[in-house]
Design a protein around this ligand. Structure first.
Ligand code: TPP
Ligand code: MG
Length: 279
């Protein structure tokens, strides 16, 4: 079991005091330690945002990419070496706006990757613009008359798009969050964990108090349809926990030539001629 200290980096997070990201960060270290994973076998990918900086402060391999792109990066890593534990990480803006298309296609791929979304219902890093999960009517700098569109429901979208593990956590309940992270990482297939994360600086609506009053725990639903029905609940009561989980063939399990990690296979082709042509 890797000790928590072994996952510490020299640099420390620069999130605002009280930010929900601290709990997500601590929960992930706890989950990795409790699962007994080796840090050298973990790759985290992320996009751009306060949330996307998390992999900087946890001693595993990390590829901090472009905005909205943690999932294609994760997919590349997993295809190259499917022996690795791959965790994609980012925010609601990163994953559901700029990366929205990747999100849907990740879910339907059922690639064996865990996707953690710090959902603070706002763009934090760029100082408080509305995100796709901002509540309808929510006033921000970019929506002075309130958000016009309906909010995306990531849990509903993930289940409908074919993800085989879909859960919602809450940064204010770290013990529960650790359990959800462990289950998501252990799951074989596309695992989506949307985490309610208060942004104490730019979201003065969806605060710890706001979430605390509303969240309640659920047990996994048996069918995709019943899970989708439960996922529709958002307002005075907000369910957290695993909504849906099923074991289905993963992306690489559906490809006979991917039985071993690509880097270990003796299937080799010389691409130098092709590269010359492309010059
Ligand atoms: C291609 C591109 N578009 C836009 C931006 C500007 N940008 C940086 S972070 C961000 C949104 C971050 O919001 P979110 O993903 O919710 O992360 P948070 O900071 O809230 O954790 C945006 C729009 C960028 N860096 N790159
Ligand atoms: Mg955000």
């Amino acid at each position: 079991m890797v000790k928590l200290e072994e996952l510490e980096t020299k640099g420390k997070p620069n999130w605002c005091p009280g930010c929900g990201n601290y709990s997500i960060w601590n929960s992930l270290k706890q989950a990795i330690s409790e699962l007994g994973l080796k840090p050298e076998n973990i790759v985290m990918t992320s996009g751009i945002g306060c949330s996307s900086k998390l992999p900087h402060w946890i001693k595993v391999n990390c590829f901090n990419g472009l905005h909205g792109r943690p999932l294609p990066l994760a997919m590349g890593v997993k295809l190259a070496n499917n022996d690795l534990t791959v965790i994609a990480d980012g925010g609601d803006g990163d994953g559901y706006a700029e990366g929205g298309n990747h999100f849907i296609h990740f879910c339907r791929s059922n690639a064996d990757i865990t996707y953690l979304v710090h959902d603070n219902q706002i763009y934090g890093l760029t100082k408080g613009q509305a995100s796709p999960t901002s509540d309808e009517g929510f006033m921000t700098k970019t929506t002075p008359f309130g958000v016009i569109e309906r909010a995306i429901n990531p849990v509903l979208l993930a289940i409908a798009s074919g993800a085989t593990f879909v859960a919602r956590g809450y940064a204010g309940d770290q013990k529960h969050l650790v359990q959800l992270m462990k289950a998501a990482i252990l799951h074989k297939g596309a695992a989506v964990l949307d985490i309610l994360q208060p942004c104490v600086t730019f979201n003065k609506k969806n605060t710890y108090e706001w979430y605390q009053k509303r969240v309640y725990k659920i047990k996994p639903l048996k069918t995709r349809i019943s899970a989708m029905k439960k996922a529709e609940e958002w307002g005075d009561k907000i369910p957290i926990g695993v909504f849906y989980q099923s074991r289905e063939k993963t992306y690489t399990e559906r490809m006979p030539h991917m039985k071993t990690a690509l880097i270990k296979s003796d299937y080799k082709i010389n691409i130098s001629k092709l590269l010359k042509e492309l010059k």
